[in-house]
Design a binder for this molecule. Structure first.
Ligand code: UPG
Ligand code: 3PG
Length: 314
């Protein structure tokens, strides 16, 4: 426990108690965009939009679902629930799309205008209306804070009525936190480095590269630390977060993208001069008819440049 204990005491809100009215007053002319990245989330996106929708026109100035190439009814459901829906192509029309979550979060900056941006995953189950106010609290009231991460209990849901308490967050616990402990121990006090519920100033987010895939969250944390220092980062307790779980095999690809983003930022891969450094394939072995067959998966191993620089080059 070195390097972050003082930070933890200063920058962790364990019982966020701001009221919406207090936060609206604290905006002082600043505007807020809430962004939901969504790839085939018709089952849950409507519920997430519905808990943010009542804040539109007061704490929240725009609520946007950025559709990541869904083939289901995600866009229609999100629109019906009250969000503006933008496809990833529409968000930045003259830039060819690359796959991945980081890509849509990066493009979302071009499709929105808020001074503060709140990201929420669209696969949240029983999303909590308190998430957005709590994530905005430190940004609106604590000078110097530029990035706010949520933390929470994460049940591992095994069925509709069955869950392992705090059994979720497998990539977080087995890959992300150990990698940070080894390579950037200052970030060891961040409870949920991979959580998809966080908020930042546009000024910060537009100045940072975005890892293209699931490495985006850990990349933003590392880059904020390196450019702004630990005190620019805060965290708030959001209670409980439930989401759709992916299979162990899918989480292997997530882990590869998270690890790649860390290594590119740690001098282990030459990320600075080669933004695409690192392997973009992961082979997994699957048992088929008594044999183990290799299965090849694509891994997003690149960073998008800070969107501010990108716009300037065009
Ligand atoms: O190409 C993609 C992939 C995902 N998503 C959306 O991103 C959100 C999170 O994706 P998900 O596949 O549910 O992520 P997890 O496997 O749960 O991964 C966790 O860990 C990741 C790595 O840090 C974070 O990016 C996630 O937010 C966090 O929930 C969901 O709304 C997805 O629809 C996209 O929009 N495009
Ligand atoms: O953040 C993580 O570690 C991944 O989203 C996996 O989460 P899960 O173990 O709750 O599915």
């Amino acid at each position: 426990m070195t390097g972050w204990t003082d930070w933890f005491a200063r920058r962790t809100w364990a019982e966020p108690g701001w009221t919406v009215d207090e936060l609206v007053a604290a905006k002082a002319g600043r505007t807020v965009s809430v962004v939901l990245p969504a790839l085939d989330e018709e089952a849950t996106v409507g519920g997430v939009v519905a808990v943010v929708r009542p804040l539109l026109g007061s704490l929240v100035d725009e609520l946007v679902v950025v559709d990541s190439g869904s083939t289901d009814a995600t866009a229609a459901v999100a629109r019906a629930a009250g969000a503006r829906v933008v496809s990833r192509e529409e968000a930045l029309p003259d830039v060819a799309v690359r796959p991945g979550k980081g890509e849509v979060l990066w493009r979302a900056l071009a499709a929105t205008t808020g001074d503060l941006v709140v990201y929420l995953d669209a696969d949240l189950v029983e999303a909590d209306p308190a998430f957005v106010p709590a994530l905005l609290g430190p940004l609106l009231t604590a000078p110097g804070v530029a990035l706010v991460k949520g933390f929470y209990h994460r049940p591992l849901r095994l069925g509709e009525h069955d869950a392992v308490r705090d059994g979720g967050g497998r990539v977080t616990e087995l890959v992300a936190r150990p990698a940070l402990a080894a390579l950037r121990p200052e970030l060891g006090g961040i409870v949920q480095p991979l959580g998809g519920e966080y908020a930042g100033t546009r000024e910060l987010l537009e100045s940072l590269p975005f890892a293209g895939g699931y490495g985006v969250e850990i990349g933003l944390l590392l880059d904020t630390l390196d450019r702004r220092g630990l005190d620019a980062i805060a965290q708030v307790d959001l209670g409980v977060r439930k989401h759709r779980h992916r299979s162990l095999r899918e989480l292997g690809v997530t882990s590869a993208e998270v690890l790649g983003a860390v290594l590119r930022r740690s001098g282990c891969l030459d990320g600075a001069s080669q933004p695409d450094a690192g392997s973009d394939r992961l082979t997994q072995f699957v048992p088929v008819g008594g044999h183990w067959l290799p299965e090849d998966h694509g891994v997003a191993a690149h960073d998008r440049p800070p969107i501010r620089e990108y716009s300037a080059r065009r």
